[in-house]
Design a protein around this ligand. Sequence first.
Ligand code: CU
Length: 134
Amino acid sequence: MRNIVVVVAVAAMLAVAGCGGGGDTSQPAPAPEQPGAQAPAPSAGGTKVEVEMSEFKFEMEPIQIAPGKVTFEIENVGTVEHSFIIEEFGVKTEQIRPGQKVTVTADAKAGSYTAICDVAGHKEAGMTLQLTVK
Ligand SMILES: [Cu+2]
């Protein structure tokens, strides 16, 4: 009697597996429309921010920007390598050599952020800068 029960249970499992295996026609729900999505729409190309890095500071112009696309044009005007990092933006450059110029873009959301250089000791030496997005 017990054997019969087991066989039936296995057969049921196989049936379920066979059924669920193929022919899945369900589709992901379409992206919800956002009626009246009112992006503040800054200038079409976003904001350009010029960053100069040296020992041991950043100079950024402007240091307050509107939300949206932002392009950082970073130049190392110092004499040793530096990096430019804003974690919340996912911005993290390689080490930038003296005289080298690097451009990175990000999608800035409102808030206050701190840019840092992660070369050993530089942040501690004051190589940070506040950036405001609003
Ligand atoms: Cu540095």
